[in-house]
Write a protein that binds this ligand. Structure first.
Ligand code: G1P
Length: 302
């Protein structure tokens, strides 16, 4: 089932209302919240570009303008920076424009992640594609997406990313039953037998949580069209993947998980977001040294 046609397309659902961050997200998508000095969505688009995916489809909702403007040229601003000779800022401004070919489609109704992905059907066509969720940032030093793309090309079907989380947190995620007798503990790629969206702790099949990276076989689109609303009354990608896991690989079925043990920053709620900003800022050459010193002083006074 291995395929040699490279995967080039990424779908990024970005239509959420961002209610957890109100009022900051009243007039601006949550994807534009700054993580240090870049909007969160830019990290995700850069990750896709780094993995060779230069055809990006954003699934947007209301308030999409700020995102479109961010990834577009800004001639007046660029001219001002050029006139001032501020090449550093000019490069920073132009960086977002050069990341890839970005397309937009609107979701219209917020019917769930599965529905958001289905909105990409026409653009994606009949080829495997990646899905990146903006709430999860993966450290640029880790190569999760590249490993997932290679795995899909080698094994066919669909590939998800999972991570061990503390048991008490499982009900915030899709959770999988994965692995097998032939797979030694610590294996990087494991077959997935069952996926459950946000189960109660006592019903979770494991503590392996689905994180926001997927490489999907295009057969997922037909499956999503048949998928009834699930958890929370929404069309769940996890439910469609559960159906795909049971299908033969010749029909685009089969699901494998890459077990991620690297650095992931969750920006989906306020506390995690603040931790992500501090963690990334501490690693920066321009901010890190002063921030570390200040953090130590600050923490000693708590
Ligand atoms: C979505 C998925 C869930 C997954 C999570 C990862 O949920 O439905 O299976 O574990 O992303 O971030 P959401 O966080 O959008 O509610």
């Amino acid at each position: 089932m291995s395929s040699t046609t490279p995967i080039t397309k990424a779908v990024i659902p970005a239509a959420g209302m961002g209610t957890r961050f109100l009022p900051a997200t009243k007039a601006m998508p949550k994807e534009m919240l700054p993580v240090v000095d870049e909007p969160a969505i830019q990290y995700v688009v850069a990750e896709a570009a780094d993995a060779g995916l230069d055809d990006i489809l954003m699934i947007t909702g209301q308030n999409k303008r700020a995102m479109e403007d961010h990834f577009d040229r800004a001639p007046a601003l660029e001219a001002t920076l050029r006139d001032k000779g501020d090449t550093k800022k000019l490069d920073a401004v132009q960086y977002a424009t050069g990341l890839g070919d970005i397309h937009y489609v609107r979701q219209g109704q917020a019917l769930g992640l599965g529905h958001a992905v289905l909105c990409g059907k026409q653009h994606v066509g009949n080829e495997p594609f990646a899905v990146l969720l903006g709430d999860d940032l993966i450290d640029a030093r880790d190569t999760l997406l590249t490993t997932m793309l290679e795995t899909q090309q080698r094994l066919g079907g669909s590939v998800i990313a999972v991570m061990e989380v503390p048991e008490e947190n499982v009900s915030a995620y899709g959770v999988v039953d994965a692995g097998g007798q032939d797979k030694e503990p610590g294996a990087e790629v494991v077959p997935v037998h069952r996926l459950v969206e946000k189960p109660p702790v006592e019903e979770a099949p494991s503590n392996l949580a689905i994180i926001g990276r997927y490489v999907l076989h295009p057969a997922i689109f037909d499956e999503l069209e048949r998928t009834p609303p699930g958890k929370g009354g929404e069309i769940q990608l996890t439910d469609a993947l559960q159906a795909m896991a049971a299908k033969p690989v010749e029909d685009g079925g089969g699901v494998h998980a890459v077990v991620f043990r690297g650095r992931r920053y969750d920006t989906g709620d306020k506390l995690s977001y603040i931790k992500a900003v501090v963690t990334l800022a501490v690693d920066r050459e321009d901010l890190g040294p002063d921030l570390r010193t200040w953090l130590k002083e600050f923490a000693s006074g708590l």
